[in-house]
Write a new protein. Structure first.
Length: 600
Protein backbone atom coordinates (compact mmCIF):
# COMPACT_ATOMS: atom_id res chain seq x y z
CA UNK A 1 0.00 0.00 0.00
CA UNK A 2 1.58 3.31 -1.09
CA UNK A 3 1.30 6.56 0.86
CA UNK A 4 -1.63 7.81 -1.25
CA UNK A 5 -3.61 4.63 -0.51
CA UNK A 6 -2.82 4.94 3.18
CA UNK A 7 -3.90 8.58 3.19
CA UNK A 8 -7.16 7.75 1.39
CA UNK A 9 -7.90 4.89 3.80
CA UNK A 10 -7.23 7.12 6.82
CA UNK A 11 -9.42 9.88 5.37
CA UNK A 12 -12.34 7.51 4.77
CA UNK A 13 -12.01 6.03 8.27
CA UNK A 14 -11.91 9.44 9.97
CA UNK A 15 -14.80 10.69 7.86
CA UNK A 16 -16.84 7.61 8.79
CA UNK A 17 -16.18 8.31 12.46
CA UNK A 18 -17.20 11.95 11.99
CA UNK A 19 -20.45 11.33 10.12
CA UNK A 20 -21.63 8.51 12.41
CA UNK A 21 -20.53 10.22 15.63
CA UNK A 22 -23.77 12.18 16.33
CA UNK A 23 -25.94 9.07 16.05
CA UNK A 24 -23.66 7.19 18.42
CA UNK A 25 -24.70 9.62 21.17
CA UNK A 26 -28.35 8.64 20.80
CA UNK A 27 -30.46 6.22 22.86
CA UNK A 28 -31.57 2.66 22.29
CA UNK A 29 -34.53 2.46 19.90
CA UNK A 30 -37.27 0.10 18.72
CA UNK A 31 -36.00 -3.53 18.52
CA UNK A 32 -33.03 -2.67 20.75
CA UNK A 33 -35.39 -3.04 23.71
CA UNK A 34 -36.61 -6.66 23.40
CA UNK A 35 -33.21 -7.95 22.25
CA UNK A 36 -30.90 -5.95 24.53
CA UNK A 37 -32.41 -3.55 27.08
CA UNK A 38 -35.24 -5.78 28.32
CA UNK A 39 -33.44 -9.06 27.66
CA UNK A 40 -32.13 -9.76 31.17
CA UNK A 41 -30.53 -12.99 29.97
CA UNK A 42 -27.71 -11.04 28.29
CA UNK A 43 -27.17 -8.77 31.32
CA UNK A 44 -24.23 -10.85 32.52
CA UNK A 45 -21.70 -9.79 35.16
CA UNK A 46 -19.10 -12.49 34.56
CA UNK A 47 -17.96 -14.42 31.52
CA UNK A 48 -18.09 -17.89 32.97
CA UNK A 49 -19.63 -20.71 30.97
CA UNK A 50 -22.82 -20.68 33.07
CA UNK A 51 -23.41 -16.97 32.37
CA UNK A 52 -22.70 -17.32 28.66
CA UNK A 53 -25.00 -20.32 28.34
CA UNK A 54 -27.62 -18.44 30.34
CA UNK A 55 -27.38 -15.53 27.89
CA UNK A 56 -28.62 -17.86 25.16
CA UNK A 57 -31.78 -18.66 27.15
CA UNK A 58 -33.39 -15.28 26.43
CA UNK A 59 -36.02 -14.51 23.78
CA UNK A 60 -35.23 -16.11 20.42
CA UNK A 61 -34.71 -13.55 17.65
CA UNK A 62 -34.94 -16.14 14.86
CA UNK A 63 -35.34 -19.86 14.17
CA UNK A 64 -31.67 -20.57 14.98
CA UNK A 65 -31.55 -18.28 18.02
CA UNK A 66 -28.67 -16.19 16.54
CA UNK A 67 -26.23 -17.26 19.31
CA UNK A 68 -23.18 -15.45 17.86
CA UNK A 69 -25.01 -12.11 17.93
CA UNK A 70 -26.55 -12.79 21.35
CA UNK A 71 -23.15 -13.61 22.85
CA UNK A 72 -21.72 -10.40 21.37
CA UNK A 73 -24.49 -8.45 23.14
CA UNK A 74 -23.69 -10.30 26.37
CA UNK A 75 -19.99 -9.40 26.10
CA UNK A 76 -20.88 -5.76 25.39
CA UNK A 77 -23.02 -5.69 28.52
CA UNK A 78 -20.29 -7.34 30.59
CA UNK A 79 -17.71 -4.71 29.60
CA UNK A 80 -19.93 -1.61 29.26
CA UNK A 81 -23.32 -2.27 30.85
CA UNK A 82 -26.32 -0.80 29.01
CA UNK A 83 -24.34 2.05 27.48
CA UNK A 84 -25.79 2.65 24.00
CA UNK A 85 -22.62 4.44 22.87
CA UNK A 86 -20.49 1.36 23.55
CA UNK A 87 -22.89 -0.89 21.65
CA UNK A 88 -22.93 1.51 18.69
CA UNK A 89 -19.15 1.98 18.72
CA UNK A 90 -18.77 -1.79 18.39
CA UNK A 91 -21.15 -1.70 15.44
CA UNK A 92 -19.09 1.03 13.77
CA UNK A 93 -15.89 -0.98 14.21
CA UNK A 94 -17.62 -3.98 12.62
CA UNK A 95 -18.78 -1.79 9.75
CA UNK A 96 -15.22 -0.57 9.11
CA UNK A 97 -14.00 -4.18 9.27
CA UNK A 98 -16.69 -5.12 6.74
CA UNK A 99 -15.50 -2.27 4.54
CA UNK A 100 -12.04 -3.85 4.48
CA UNK A 101 -13.62 -7.20 3.55
CA UNK A 102 -15.66 -5.57 0.77
CA UNK A 103 -12.47 -4.05 -0.63
CA UNK A 104 -10.64 -7.41 -0.51
CA UNK A 105 -13.56 -9.13 -2.21
CA UNK A 106 -14.03 -6.50 -4.92
CA UNK A 107 -10.32 -6.40 -5.72
CA UNK A 108 -10.65 -10.12 -6.55
CA UNK A 109 -13.76 -9.51 -8.62
CA UNK A 110 -12.76 -6.32 -10.44
CA UNK A 111 -9.14 -7.31 -11.10
CA UNK A 112 -9.58 -10.33 -13.38
CA UNK A 113 -12.47 -8.87 -15.38
CA UNK A 114 -10.09 -6.74 -17.42
CA UNK A 115 -6.74 -8.53 -17.70
CA UNK A 116 -4.97 -5.65 -19.43
CA UNK A 117 -2.12 -4.48 -17.14
CA UNK A 118 -2.68 -0.83 -18.01
CA UNK A 119 -6.25 -1.07 -16.79
CA UNK A 120 -5.41 -2.61 -13.39
CA UNK A 121 -4.85 0.78 -11.70
CA UNK A 122 -8.37 1.76 -12.78
CA UNK A 123 -9.77 -1.48 -11.33
CA UNK A 124 -8.05 -0.71 -8.00
CA UNK A 125 -9.37 2.85 -7.98
CA UNK A 126 -12.85 1.64 -8.86
CA UNK A 127 -12.75 -0.86 -6.00
CA UNK A 128 -11.61 1.83 -3.55
CA UNK A 129 -14.36 4.19 -4.77
CA UNK A 130 -17.12 1.57 -4.38
CA UNK A 131 -15.88 0.65 -0.90
CA UNK A 132 -15.70 4.29 0.22
CA UNK A 133 -19.22 5.02 -1.06
CA UNK A 134 -20.57 1.90 0.63
CA UNK A 135 -18.91 2.74 3.96
CA UNK A 136 -20.45 6.22 3.99
CA UNK A 137 -23.75 5.45 2.29
CA UNK A 138 -26.83 6.71 4.18
CA UNK A 139 -28.72 3.47 3.62
CA UNK A 140 -26.26 1.84 6.03
CA UNK A 141 -26.95 4.22 8.93
CA UNK A 142 -29.51 1.98 10.67
CA UNK A 143 -27.24 -1.12 10.94
CA UNK A 144 -24.59 1.01 12.65
CA UNK A 145 -26.71 3.30 14.83
CA UNK A 146 -29.11 0.60 16.06
CA UNK A 147 -27.23 -1.83 18.33
CA UNK A 148 -29.60 -4.73 17.59
CA UNK A 149 -28.55 -4.61 13.95
CA UNK A 150 -25.20 -6.02 14.98
CA UNK A 151 -26.91 -9.22 13.88
CA UNK A 152 -26.88 -7.88 10.31
CA UNK A 153 -23.26 -6.71 10.61
CA UNK A 154 -21.98 -10.03 11.97
CA UNK A 155 -23.86 -12.04 9.34
CA UNK A 156 -22.28 -9.79 6.70
CA UNK A 157 -18.79 -10.20 8.22
CA UNK A 158 -18.89 -13.98 8.15
CA UNK A 159 -20.74 -13.95 4.83
CA UNK A 160 -18.05 -11.84 3.17
CA UNK A 161 -15.36 -14.09 4.65
CA UNK A 162 -17.23 -17.07 3.19
CA UNK A 163 -17.21 -15.62 -0.31
CA UNK A 164 -13.55 -14.49 -0.09
CA UNK A 165 -12.44 -17.95 1.06
CA UNK A 166 -14.57 -19.54 -1.67
CA UNK A 167 -12.94 -17.38 -4.36
CA UNK A 168 -9.50 -18.17 -2.95
CA UNK A 169 -10.28 -21.86 -3.32
CA UNK A 170 -11.49 -21.35 -6.90
CA UNK A 171 -8.27 -19.61 -7.89
CA UNK A 172 -5.83 -21.93 -6.13
CA UNK A 173 -4.80 -25.50 -6.81
CA UNK A 174 -3.48 -28.52 -4.98
CA UNK A 175 -4.74 -30.46 -2.00
CA UNK A 176 -4.14 -27.56 0.37
CA UNK A 177 -6.61 -25.42 -1.55
CA UNK A 178 -9.42 -27.49 -0.02
CA UNK A 179 -8.66 -25.87 3.33
CA UNK A 180 -10.16 -22.69 1.85
CA UNK A 181 -13.26 -24.59 0.78
CA UNK A 182 -13.68 -26.01 4.28
CA UNK A 183 -13.07 -22.59 5.85
CA UNK A 184 -15.69 -21.06 3.57
CA UNK A 185 -18.61 -23.46 3.89
CA UNK A 186 -17.99 -25.41 7.08
CA UNK A 187 -16.69 -22.57 9.26
CA UNK A 188 -17.54 -19.07 8.05
CA UNK A 189 -20.98 -19.72 6.55
CA UNK A 190 -22.33 -21.57 9.63
CA UNK A 191 -21.07 -18.69 11.78
CA UNK A 192 -22.90 -16.26 9.49
CA UNK A 193 -26.10 -18.32 9.78
CA UNK A 194 -25.74 -18.37 13.58
CA UNK A 195 -25.43 -14.57 13.52
CA UNK A 196 -28.59 -14.02 11.47
CA UNK A 197 -30.57 -16.27 9.16
CA UNK A 198 -30.27 -13.79 6.27
CA UNK A 199 -26.90 -15.46 5.61
CA UNK A 200 -28.98 -18.09 3.82
CA UNK A 201 -28.55 -15.81 0.77
CA UNK A 202 -24.73 -16.08 0.79
CA UNK A 203 -24.60 -19.25 -1.39
CA UNK A 204 -26.86 -17.52 -3.91
CA UNK A 205 -24.55 -14.47 -4.04
CA UNK A 206 -21.58 -16.82 -4.52
CA UNK A 207 -23.56 -18.55 -7.26
CA UNK A 208 -24.13 -15.24 -9.04
CA UNK A 209 -20.40 -14.46 -8.79
CA UNK A 210 -19.57 -17.83 -10.32
CA UNK A 211 -22.01 -17.32 -13.19
CA UNK A 212 -20.82 -13.82 -14.08
CA UNK A 213 -17.10 -13.51 -13.40
CA UNK A 214 -15.35 -16.89 -13.44
CA UNK A 215 -14.62 -19.48 -16.07
CA UNK A 216 -13.18 -23.00 -16.18
CA UNK A 217 -14.16 -26.54 -15.32
CA UNK A 218 -13.57 -26.03 -11.58
CA UNK A 219 -15.90 -23.04 -11.60
CA UNK A 220 -18.59 -24.91 -13.51
CA UNK A 221 -18.55 -27.82 -11.09
CA UNK A 222 -18.55 -25.45 -8.11
CA UNK A 223 -21.44 -23.45 -9.56
CA UNK A 224 -23.51 -26.59 -9.96
CA UNK A 225 -22.62 -27.68 -6.42
CA UNK A 226 -23.54 -24.25 -5.05
CA UNK A 227 -26.90 -24.39 -6.80
CA UNK A 228 -27.64 -27.79 -5.27
CA UNK A 229 -26.37 -26.64 -1.84
CA UNK A 230 -28.44 -23.46 -1.98
CA UNK A 231 -31.62 -25.32 -2.79
CA UNK A 232 -30.80 -27.90 -0.11
CA UNK A 233 -30.35 -25.11 2.46
CA UNK A 234 -33.74 -23.65 1.55
CA UNK A 235 -35.35 -27.10 1.78
CA UNK A 236 -33.70 -27.74 5.17
CA UNK A 237 -34.99 -24.39 6.46
CA UNK A 238 -38.51 -25.24 5.27
CA UNK A 239 -38.39 -28.66 6.93
CA UNK A 240 -37.12 -27.13 10.18
CA UNK A 241 -40.01 -24.67 10.26
CA UNK A 242 -42.49 -27.49 9.66
CA UNK A 243 -45.65 -27.73 7.62
CA UNK A 244 -48.15 -24.91 7.74
CA UNK A 245 -45.65 -22.38 9.09
CA UNK A 246 -46.25 -19.96 6.21
CA UNK A 247 -50.01 -19.89 6.71
CA UNK A 248 -49.65 -19.49 10.48
CA UNK A 249 -47.12 -16.68 10.07
CA UNK A 250 -49.35 -14.75 7.67
CA UNK A 251 -52.20 -14.93 10.18
CA UNK A 252 -50.20 -12.46 12.29
CA UNK A 253 -49.89 -10.00 9.40
CA UNK A 254 -52.27 -7.42 7.98
CA UNK A 255 -51.30 -8.41 4.42
CA UNK A 256 -51.54 -11.59 2.39
CA UNK A 257 -48.84 -13.55 0.57
CA UNK A 258 -50.09 -12.19 -2.76
CA UNK A 259 -50.05 -8.60 -1.51
CA UNK A 260 -46.54 -9.02 -0.14
CA UNK A 261 -45.12 -10.49 -3.35
CA UNK A 262 -46.68 -7.77 -5.49
CA UNK A 263 -45.60 -5.01 -3.12
CA UNK A 264 -42.00 -6.21 -2.89
CA UNK A 265 -41.47 -5.54 -6.60
CA UNK A 266 -42.10 -1.86 -5.86
CA UNK A 267 -40.13 -1.99 -2.59
CA UNK A 268 -37.04 -3.26 -4.43
CA UNK A 269 -37.20 -0.30 -6.81
CA UNK A 270 -37.54 2.01 -3.80
CA UNK A 271 -34.39 0.43 -2.33
CA UNK A 272 -32.57 0.72 -5.66
CA UNK A 273 -33.46 4.41 -6.01
CA UNK A 274 -32.27 5.14 -2.47
CA UNK A 275 -28.97 3.38 -3.15
CA UNK A 276 -28.25 4.98 -6.52
CA UNK A 277 -29.45 8.48 -5.57
CA UNK A 278 -30.34 8.68 -1.87
CA UNK A 279 -32.99 11.20 -0.82
CA UNK A 280 -32.97 12.23 2.83
CA UNK A 281 -36.73 12.74 3.05
CA UNK A 282 -37.47 9.19 1.84
CA UNK A 283 -35.34 7.43 4.44
CA UNK A 284 -36.80 6.23 7.72
CA UNK A 285 -36.54 3.55 10.35
CA UNK A 286 -40.29 3.05 10.11
CA UNK A 287 -41.42 2.21 6.58
CA UNK A 288 -44.73 0.65 7.59
CA UNK A 289 -46.46 3.40 5.61
CA UNK A 290 -45.39 1.80 2.33
CA UNK A 291 -48.67 1.30 0.39
CA UNK A 292 -49.62 -2.30 -0.34
CA UNK A 293 -50.20 -3.60 -3.85
CA UNK A 294 -53.66 -5.16 -4.08
CA UNK A 295 -53.30 -6.20 -7.71
CA UNK A 296 -51.15 -5.74 -10.80
CA UNK A 297 -52.85 -2.42 -11.49
CA UNK A 298 -53.56 -1.34 -7.92
CA UNK A 299 -51.43 0.72 -8.04
CA UNK A 300 -50.31 0.67 -11.69
CA UNK A 301 -46.67 0.98 -10.61
CA UNK A 302 -46.89 -2.66 -9.48
CA UNK A 303 -47.04 -3.97 -13.04
CA UNK A 304 -44.43 -1.44 -14.17
CA UNK A 305 -42.12 -2.55 -11.35
CA UNK A 306 -42.43 -6.22 -12.28
CA UNK A 307 -41.78 -5.43 -15.95
CA UNK A 308 -38.81 -3.32 -14.90
CA UNK A 309 -37.22 -6.17 -12.94
CA UNK A 310 -37.84 -8.65 -15.74
CA UNK A 311 -36.14 -6.20 -18.11
CA UNK A 312 -33.22 -5.63 -15.73
CA UNK A 313 -32.64 -9.38 -15.32
CA UNK A 314 -32.88 -9.90 -19.09
CA UNK A 315 -30.35 -7.12 -19.79
CA UNK A 316 -28.02 -8.52 -17.11
CA UNK A 317 -28.12 -11.97 -18.73
CA UNK A 318 -27.62 -10.61 -22.25
CA UNK A 319 -24.71 -8.37 -21.20
CA UNK A 320 -23.10 -10.97 -18.95
CA UNK A 321 -19.95 -11.19 -21.07
CA UNK A 322 -19.85 -7.61 -22.27
CA UNK A 323 -20.45 -5.88 -18.90
CA UNK A 324 -19.88 -8.58 -16.27
CA UNK A 325 -19.82 -6.13 -13.37
CA UNK A 326 -23.29 -4.86 -14.25
CA UNK A 327 -24.65 -8.40 -14.47
CA UNK A 328 -22.91 -9.35 -11.23
CA UNK A 329 -24.27 -6.27 -9.45
CA UNK A 330 -27.89 -6.81 -10.46
CA UNK A 331 -27.67 -10.51 -9.58
CA UNK A 332 -25.97 -9.76 -6.25
CA UNK A 333 -28.66 -7.21 -5.29
CA UNK A 334 -31.55 -9.54 -6.10
CA UNK A 335 -29.87 -12.62 -4.56
CA UNK A 336 -29.30 -10.63 -1.37
CA UNK A 337 -33.04 -9.99 -1.13
CA UNK A 338 -34.19 -13.56 -1.77
CA UNK A 339 -35.05 -14.17 1.87
CA UNK A 340 -36.37 -10.84 3.17
CA UNK A 341 -38.14 -9.59 0.05
CA UNK A 342 -40.00 -12.66 -1.16
CA UNK A 343 -42.47 -15.05 0.45
CA UNK A 344 -41.28 -14.96 4.08
CA UNK A 345 -43.94 -12.96 6.01
CA UNK A 346 -41.63 -10.30 7.44
CA UNK A 347 -42.38 -6.59 7.57
CA UNK A 348 -42.84 -5.09 4.10
CA UNK A 349 -39.75 -2.86 4.12
CA UNK A 350 -36.69 -2.04 6.23
CA UNK A 351 -33.55 -0.18 5.14
CA UNK A 352 -31.10 -2.47 6.93
CA UNK A 353 -32.01 -5.30 4.51
CA UNK A 354 -29.79 -3.54 1.96
CA UNK A 355 -26.57 -3.76 3.95
CA UNK A 356 -24.94 -6.38 1.69
CA UNK A 357 -27.26 -6.10 -1.35
CA UNK A 358 -26.29 -2.42 -1.73
CA UNK A 359 -22.75 -3.54 -2.65
CA UNK A 360 -24.33 -5.21 -5.67
CA UNK A 361 -26.03 -2.10 -7.02
CA UNK A 362 -22.87 -0.04 -6.53
CA UNK A 363 -21.06 -2.71 -8.55
CA UNK A 364 -23.71 -2.50 -11.28
CA UNK A 365 -23.23 1.27 -11.46
CA UNK A 366 -19.46 0.72 -11.64
CA UNK A 367 -20.01 -1.67 -14.56
CA UNK A 368 -21.85 1.04 -16.48
CA UNK A 369 -19.05 3.48 -15.66
CA UNK A 370 -16.52 1.01 -17.06
CA UNK A 371 -18.54 0.77 -20.27
CA UNK A 372 -18.31 4.56 -20.53
CA UNK A 373 -14.54 4.36 -19.93
CA UNK A 374 -14.13 2.10 -22.93
CA UNK A 375 -16.27 4.32 -25.14
CA UNK A 376 -14.57 7.70 -24.59
CA UNK A 377 -10.95 8.91 -24.68
CA UNK A 378 -9.06 8.70 -21.36
CA UNK A 379 -8.49 12.46 -21.34
CA UNK A 380 -12.27 13.02 -21.32
CA UNK A 381 -13.17 10.14 -19.02
CA UNK A 382 -10.83 10.78 -16.08
CA UNK A 383 -12.04 14.27 -15.07
CA UNK A 384 -15.68 13.22 -15.48
CA UNK A 385 -15.15 10.08 -13.38
CA UNK A 386 -13.29 12.00 -10.68
CA UNK A 387 -15.96 14.69 -10.48
CA UNK A 388 -18.71 12.09 -10.41
CA UNK A 389 -17.06 10.17 -7.57
CA UNK A 390 -16.22 13.31 -5.58
CA UNK A 391 -19.79 14.60 -5.94
CA UNK A 392 -21.37 11.29 -4.90
CA UNK A 393 -18.90 10.82 -2.07
CA UNK A 394 -19.55 14.25 -0.58
CA UNK A 395 -23.31 13.99 -1.14
CA UNK A 396 -23.54 10.58 0.53
CA UNK A 397 -21.38 11.75 3.43
CA UNK A 398 -23.60 14.80 3.94
CA UNK A 399 -26.84 12.79 3.88
CA UNK A 400 -25.34 10.19 6.21
CA UNK A 401 -24.32 12.93 8.65
CA UNK A 402 -27.84 14.39 8.53
CA UNK A 403 -29.32 10.94 9.18
CA UNK A 404 -26.87 10.40 12.02
CA UNK A 405 -28.05 13.68 13.59
CA UNK A 406 -31.58 12.34 13.18
CA UNK A 407 -30.73 9.45 15.56
CA UNK A 408 -28.79 11.56 18.10
CA UNK A 409 -31.76 12.35 20.33
CA UNK A 410 -34.92 10.38 21.12
CA UNK A 411 -37.35 13.27 20.66
CA UNK A 412 -35.66 14.54 17.49
CA UNK A 413 -35.69 11.04 16.05
CA UNK A 414 -39.38 10.49 16.77
CA UNK A 415 -40.56 13.79 15.35
CA UNK A 416 -38.39 13.63 12.24
CA UNK A 417 -39.75 10.12 11.60
CA UNK A 418 -43.35 11.30 11.88
CA UNK A 419 -42.58 14.43 9.84
CA UNK A 420 -41.40 12.40 6.85
CA UNK A 421 -43.70 9.42 7.44
CA UNK A 422 -46.95 10.88 8.82
CA UNK A 423 -48.94 7.80 7.73
CA UNK A 424 -46.68 5.39 9.61
CA UNK A 425 -48.36 3.83 12.68
CA UNK A 426 -44.99 3.21 14.29
CA UNK A 427 -43.73 6.74 13.67
CA UNK A 428 -46.87 8.14 15.32
CA UNK A 429 -46.51 5.73 18.23
CA UNK A 430 -42.84 6.73 18.61
CA UNK A 431 -43.77 10.44 18.64
CA UNK A 432 -46.39 9.93 21.35
CA UNK A 433 -44.27 7.70 23.56
CA UNK A 434 -41.16 9.87 23.13
CA UNK A 435 -43.07 12.82 24.59
CA UNK A 436 -44.23 10.62 27.49
CA UNK A 437 -40.70 9.31 28.11
CA UNK A 438 -39.44 12.90 28.18
CA UNK A 439 -41.88 13.67 31.01
CA UNK A 440 -44.48 15.55 29.00
CA UNK A 441 -48.17 14.96 29.59
CA UNK A 442 -47.71 13.75 33.17
CA UNK A 443 -49.44 16.82 34.63
CA UNK A 444 -51.99 17.27 31.88
CA UNK A 445 -49.85 19.93 30.16
CA UNK A 446 -50.18 21.19 26.60
CA UNK A 447 -48.20 18.22 25.26
CA UNK A 448 -51.00 15.87 26.34
CA UNK A 449 -53.00 16.80 23.25
CA UNK A 450 -50.07 16.00 20.97
CA UNK A 451 -49.54 12.67 22.74
CA UNK A 452 -53.22 11.71 22.40
CA UNK A 453 -53.25 12.79 18.75
CA UNK A 454 -50.24 10.67 17.76
CA UNK A 455 -51.36 7.61 19.74
CA UNK A 456 -54.88 7.72 18.27
CA UNK A 457 -53.38 8.30 14.81
CA UNK A 458 -51.24 5.18 15.22
CA UNK A 459 -54.33 3.18 16.18
CA UNK A 460 -56.35 4.63 13.29
CA UNK A 461 -53.69 3.88 10.68
CA UNK A 462 -53.35 0.22 11.78
CA UNK A 463 -56.67 -1.48 12.62
CA UNK A 464 -54.84 -4.23 14.56
CA UNK A 465 -52.70 -1.80 16.58
CA UNK A 466 -53.11 -2.35 20.34
CA UNK A 467 -50.20 -0.89 22.27
CA UNK A 468 -51.23 2.72 21.52
CA UNK A 469 -54.38 2.23 23.60
CA UNK A 470 -52.32 0.87 26.49
CA UNK A 471 -50.22 4.05 26.39
CA UNK A 472 -53.42 6.13 26.32
CA UNK A 473 -54.51 4.38 29.51
CA UNK A 474 -51.07 5.00 31.03
CA UNK A 475 -51.41 8.69 30.17
CA UNK A 476 -54.85 8.89 31.76
CA UNK A 477 -53.72 7.12 34.92
CA UNK A 478 -50.65 9.34 35.16
CA UNK A 479 -52.81 12.49 35.05
CA UNK A 480 -55.31 11.05 37.57
CA UNK A 481 -58.06 11.13 34.96
CA UNK A 482 -60.70 8.52 34.38
CA UNK A 483 -59.72 6.56 31.23
CA UNK A 484 -61.97 7.07 28.20
CA UNK A 485 -64.37 4.11 28.09
CA UNK A 486 -64.21 4.12 24.28
CA UNK A 487 -60.46 3.49 24.48
CA UNK A 488 -61.01 0.58 26.86
CA UNK A 489 -63.75 -0.92 24.68
CA UNK A 490 -61.64 -0.59 21.52
CA UNK A 491 -58.60 -2.12 23.22
CA UNK A 492 -60.69 -5.05 24.46
CA UNK A 493 -62.06 -5.62 20.95
CA UNK A 494 -58.64 -5.51 19.34
CA UNK A 495 -57.15 -7.81 21.97
CA UNK A 496 -59.83 -10.37 21.23
CA UNK A 497 -60.34 -10.15 17.48
CA UNK A 498 -57.31 -8.68 15.65
CA UNK A 499 -54.02 -10.38 14.59
CA UNK A 500 -50.99 -10.23 16.88
CA UNK A 501 -47.70 -9.03 15.41
CA UNK A 502 -44.27 -9.93 16.85
CA UNK A 503 -44.25 -6.50 18.54
CA UNK A 504 -47.30 -7.55 20.59
CA UNK A 505 -45.35 -10.19 22.54
CA UNK A 506 -44.71 -7.76 25.40
CA UNK A 507 -48.25 -6.38 25.42
CA UNK A 508 -49.41 -8.38 28.46
CA UNK A 509 -46.37 -7.22 30.44
CA UNK A 510 -47.09 -3.56 29.71
CA UNK A 511 -50.74 -3.99 30.62
CA UNK A 512 -49.73 -5.84 33.78
CA UNK A 513 -47.53 -2.97 34.96
CA UNK A 514 -50.41 -0.58 34.43
CA UNK A 515 -52.89 -2.81 36.31
CA UNK A 516 -50.61 -3.34 39.32
CA UNK A 517 -49.67 0.36 39.50
CA UNK A 518 -50.44 1.81 42.95
CA UNK A 519 -52.78 4.36 41.35
CA UNK A 520 -55.03 1.44 40.26
CA UNK A 521 -56.99 3.63 37.89
CA UNK A 522 -58.58 0.55 36.29
CA UNK A 523 -61.26 -1.28 38.25
CA UNK A 524 -61.05 -5.05 38.79
CA UNK A 525 -63.71 -5.82 36.21
CA UNK A 526 -61.95 -3.83 33.49
CA UNK A 527 -58.61 -5.49 34.23
CA UNK A 528 -60.11 -8.98 34.02
CA UNK A 529 -61.96 -8.18 30.78
CA UNK A 530 -58.82 -6.86 29.08
CA UNK A 531 -56.57 -9.74 30.11
CA UNK A 532 -59.15 -12.40 29.30
CA UNK A 533 -59.77 -10.80 25.89
CA UNK A 534 -56.12 -11.47 25.07
CA UNK A 535 -56.08 -14.88 26.74
CA UNK A 536 -59.17 -16.05 24.83
CA UNK A 537 -58.15 -14.59 21.47
CA UNK A 538 -58.03 -17.08 18.62
CA UNK A 539 -55.69 -14.70 16.74
CA UNK A 540 -52.95 -14.73 19.38
CA UNK A 541 -50.13 -17.33 19.56
CA UNK A 542 -50.29 -19.73 22.50
CA UNK A 543 -47.32 -18.16 24.28
CA UNK A 544 -48.93 -14.70 24.07
CA UNK A 545 -52.23 -16.02 25.45
CA UNK A 546 -50.28 -17.68 28.26
CA UNK A 547 -48.59 -14.35 29.01
CA UNK A 548 -51.98 -12.66 29.47
CA UNK A 549 -53.06 -15.39 31.90
CA UNK A 550 -49.76 -15.20 33.79
CA UNK A 551 -50.01 -11.44 34.32
CA UNK A 552 -53.66 -11.69 35.29
CA UNK A 553 -52.56 -14.31 37.83
CA UNK A 554 -50.01 -11.83 39.20
CA UNK A 555 -52.76 -9.22 39.46
CA UNK A 556 -55.09 -11.63 41.24
CA UNK A 557 -52.43 -12.40 43.84
CA UNK A 558 -50.82 -8.99 44.36
CA UNK A 559 -53.83 -6.71 44.06
CA UNK A 560 -56.88 -8.85 44.79
CA UNK A 561 -55.16 -11.23 47.22
CA UNK A 562 -56.87 -14.22 45.63
CA UNK A 563 -54.34 -17.07 45.84
CA UNK A 564 -56.68 -19.77 44.50
CA UNK A 565 -57.61 -17.73 41.43
CA UNK A 566 -53.96 -16.88 40.78
CA UNK A 567 -52.99 -20.55 40.89
CA UNK A 568 -55.86 -21.50 38.54
CA UNK A 569 -54.82 -18.82 36.03
CA UNK A 570 -51.16 -19.90 36.12
CA UNK A 571 -52.17 -23.53 35.67
CA UNK A 572 -54.22 -22.55 32.62
CA UNK A 573 -51.26 -20.55 31.29
CA UNK A 574 -48.95 -23.52 31.74
CA UNK A 575 -51.34 -25.66 29.70
CA UNK A 576 -50.88 -23.22 26.80
CA UNK A 577 -47.10 -22.93 27.24
CA UNK A 578 -45.89 -26.20 28.82
CA UNK A 579 -42.26 -25.44 27.94
CA UNK A 580 -42.18 -22.15 29.86
CA UNK A 581 -39.77 -22.93 32.73
CA UNK A 582 -40.26 -19.54 34.39
CA UNK A 583 -44.02 -20.03 34.47
CA UNK A 584 -43.68 -23.53 35.92
CA UNK A 585 -41.29 -22.23 38.59
CA UNK A 586 -43.77 -19.49 39.52
CA UNK A 587 -46.65 -21.97 39.76
CA UNK A 588 -44.59 -24.36 41.93
CA UNK A 589 -43.79 -21.45 44.21
CA UNK A 590 -47.47 -20.58 44.58
CA UNK A 591 -48.38 -24.20 45.26
CA UNK A 592 -45.71 -24.38 47.95
CA UNK A 593 -46.89 -21.10 49.47
CA UNK A 594 -50.47 -22.40 49.46
CA UNK A 595 -49.52 -25.60 51.26
CA UNK A 596 -47.57 -23.70 53.91
CA UNK A 597 -50.50 -21.32 54.42
CA UNK A 598 -52.95 -24.19 54.82
CA UNK A 599 -50.61 -25.97 57.26
CA UNK A 600 -50.32 -22.89 59.45
Amino acid sequence: MDRYSKAFTLMVGLLALAVYWPGMQGPFLFDDYPSIVNNIAIHIHDIGSASLLGALEGPKAGPLGRPISVLSFAFSHYFHGLDPFAFKATNLLLHLFNGALVFLLLIRLCGPWDASPRHQPFATLLTAAITALWLLHPINVVPIIMPVQRMTLLAASFGLLTIIAHLHWLRSSGARSYAWLIAAWLVCWPLAMLSKETALTIPFIALVIGLTTSRGRKTSITTAALLVASLAAVLAAALMLGTGWLERAYEARTFTLEQRMLTEARVLWYYAAQIVFPRFDRFGLFLDDFPLSNGLLDPTTTLLSIIGWVAAITVAIVLRKRIPLFSLGVGWFLAGHLLESTIVPLEIAFEHRNYLPSVGLLLAAAGLLDMLRKAVPPSSFRPVAMLLFAGLFLYCSAVTFMRSMHFSDGLRFAFMEVQYHPKSPRANLAAGTALMDAGYGAGGDFASQAIVYHLLEAAKLDPSHKIAYVYLLVLSCGTQKQPDMEWIAELESRLRYTPYSPQDKGLASRLGKLAINPSQCLDHGTVHRLFLAGADSERAPAEVRASFLEHLGDYSLLVEGNLAQSRALLQRALTLAPGNAQLRHKLNGLNGYGRNTEAS
